[in-house]
Design a protein around this ligand. Structure first.
Ligand code: PBG
Length: 327
């Protein structure tokens, strides 16, 4: 019999915990929040069970819940009542996200407020940019709008902006605008490798942001490509990104690993709405145990090399960490 017996380190829980290779802290978790225009709204989101639409005036409740679970970072998405061709709600200083930022920062200055910077939640056509008469998304024209959205979030008090549109050159355009306005110390969390994915389904139902025509394949990445993610990462770094994101997470763990190896930048993974929905649905059918599947998936994302995770399970993961089940 071989003298090397890996099971020696598996016989006792304390020893198993001792030799764990992946350590997770709730400090690495980010919780998405959906801000809906209106007053006094707290409504469960059917497509994302356990998550709530909240109006800017009611957002404190969600933030309190996050803080109670030791979650120190939130990612805000805006759901305006009116949309138009140019997504003007996105850069309105009294827009839904801007008002939520002001509310959060006035009551909980310690909360790290990150905002999604994109146009699809605000445009009537649902694309992430300005379109021309042929329905094509015009890259460079879009950059001006994205920069204004980012600036308006930072002016309202956001701590960090996260552009998710996948236009070329958006990181440098946003960086330049922020710097010109004196916000050189506000970081950019770039959606660096954002794939054109079917896993965004529940989110698009929530944000009513599915494109009215065509798809997002001319700007989001083709899921056959991995080297291209490295190219996007190099461009984002050159343009001034501070943190690089891979999205979705579970089907893209190789990309997480690759960016971790190829760059010396912090890597963020976004476990998207469809990943959450899959676990929920399978658990409901009785096919898997929700808690264990949640823990296993989150750990696998960190094991692949993520430094931080955006998850719809952030609060529950934080509890699992404190219980000692993971981390
Ligand atoms: C906006 C945006 C999307 C998501 C985050 N930012 C939707 C999309 O690109 O269609 C998806 C998040 C999720 O599914 O949880 N562009």
């Amino acid at each position: 019999m071989n003298e090397i017996r890996p099971r020696r380190l598996r016989t006792d829980k304390v020893i198993r915990d001792l030799v764990r290779e992946t350590r997770i802290s709730e400090k690495s978790l980010i919780l998405p929040l959906f801000i809906k225009e209106g007053k006094n709204i707290r409504e469960e989101i059917a497509a994302l069970e356990g998550h709530f639409y909240t109006s800017p005036d009611s957002v404190s409740y969600e933030v309190e819940q996050a803080l109670e679970n030791n979650i120190k970072s939130v990612l805000l998405f805006g759901l305006p009542n009116c949309k138009d061709e140019i997504g003007s709600g996105g850069f309105d200083e009294n827009g839904v996200v801007q008002n939520a930022i002001k509310e959060i920062k006035s009551r909980f200055p310690e909360m790290n407020v990150i905002t999604d910077v994109c146009m699809c939640e605000y445009t009537s056509h649902g694309h992430c940019g300005i379109i021309n008469k042929d329905g094509k998304v015009i890259n460079d024209e879009t950059l001006k709008y994205l920069s204004q959205i980012a600036l308006s979030h930072i002016e309202a008090g956001a701590d960090m902006v996260a552009p998710s549109d996948m236009m070329d050159g958006r990181v440098s355009a946003i960086r330049k605008t922020l710097d010109e306005n004196g916000f050189y110390d506000k970081p950019i969390l770039s959606y660096t490798a954002k794939y054109s994915s079917s896993f965004y389904g529940p989110f698009r139902e929530v944000a009513k942001s599915a494109p009215a025509f065509g798809d997002r394949k001319t700007y989001q990445m083709d899921y056959h490509n991995a080297r291209e993610a490295v190219k996007e990462a190099m461009l984002d770094i050159e343009e001034g990104a501070d943190i690089l994101m891979v999205k979705p997470a579970l089907a893209y763990l190789d990309i997480v690993k690759e960016l971790k190896r190829e760059t010396n930048y912090p890597i963020c993974a976004y476990s998207v709405s469809g990943e959450y929905a899959m676990i929920k649905a399978a658990a409901k059918m009785g096919y898997i145990d929700e808690y264990s599947a949640m823990c296993e998936s989150a750990v696998s994302i960190f094991r692949a090399g993520a430094d931080m995770l955006i998850s719809y399970y952030s609060k529950q993961l934080s509890q699992a960490i404190r219980k000692g089940d993971i981390g």
